[in-house]
Design a protein around this ligand. Structure first.
Ligand SMILES: C[S@@+](CC[C@H](N)C(=O)[O-])C[C@H]1O[C@@H](n2cnc3c(N)ncnc32)[C@H](O)[C@@H]1O
Length: 219
């Protein structure tokens, strides 16, 4: 693609590949994540579900328990191996793919992504939302969960990067840049509405949960 953010996206990918074994630690330690997992109980997840950037599968079993099927995608084989081991369900299919290249081959009743939206560079968001819209079946919806602006205080936010970015460190001392956009709920609501989506986003413990129906004209 040759755009300004390619190097950052490669670094981001390298971070998740190298850090797969450390990824689950915050889920064991952080109360806000436990609260979020509980809040997901009430979400309208149904039918055939597409999960984007499933990571180690922290959300995949919850989806599988509510879904007819789950197709879970991530670019990193290392996290997919953990997700496969964690999610023993014949209704779940894991696929290794780069979400900046991948296009949905069919539509799904629910398209779910947790902690992925904040890793999409702002200039790529219109294309990303178009891809999501193309993946949602008539009557279906996108459901997304991510960090709100208050979480920025816990990150090493980097200045002078081509896109909003943060520095992440692994146990071995290695450092990686990641894309990190802390979406404000109102701005995100306005932006999605301007793209034709019908959207409700609610804050939960410093994070947010969004439920959105795509523009009827797509597809
Ligand atoms: C913050 S984690 C979220 C994982 C999981 N959804 C969760 O909430 O625990 C971001 C995930 O995005 C994946 N990822 C990074 N770049 C990607 C890309 N270009 N295409 C697909 N997945 C990617 C990483 O491997 C990682 O698993």
């Amino acid at each position: 693609m040759g755009s300004d953010d390619d190097a950052l996206l490669a670094d981001q990918m390298a971070y998740y590949r190298a850090g797969a074994a450390e990824y689950d630690r915050p889920y064991a330690e952080r109360e806000d994540l436990q609260e979020l997992l509980s809040a997901a109980d009430g979400l309208p997840i149904a039918g055939d579900v597409l999960e984007l950037a499933c990571g180690t599968g922290q959300w995949t079993a919850m989806l599988a328990a509510r879904a007819h099927s789950v197709t879970a995608i991530d670019a990193a084989d290392e996290v997919l191996a953990i997700a496969r081991a964690r999610t023993a369900s014949s209704s779940v299919q894991f696929i290794q793919a780069d979400l900046f290249e991948w296009q949905p081959p069919r539509r799904y009743d629910t398209v779910f992504f947790a902690f992925w939206l904040s890793h999409v560079p702002p200039a790529r968001l219109p294309d990303f939302w178009n891809t999501v819209a193309a993946a949602v079946a008539p009557g279906g919806r996108a459901i997304f969960i991510d960090d709100g602006p208050s979480v920025a205080a816990e990150e090493e936010v980097l200045a002078d990067q081509p896109v909003p970015a943060a520095l992440r460190r692994l146990d071995d001392g290695s450092q990686y840049r990641i894309v990190k956009v802390f979406h404000d709920v109102q701005t995100l609501t306005d932006d999605l509405t301007a793209l034709g989506w019908s959207v409700r986003i609610r804050p939960v413990a410093g994070n947010f949960i969004g439920i959105a129906e795509p523009p009827a004209t797509i597809g």
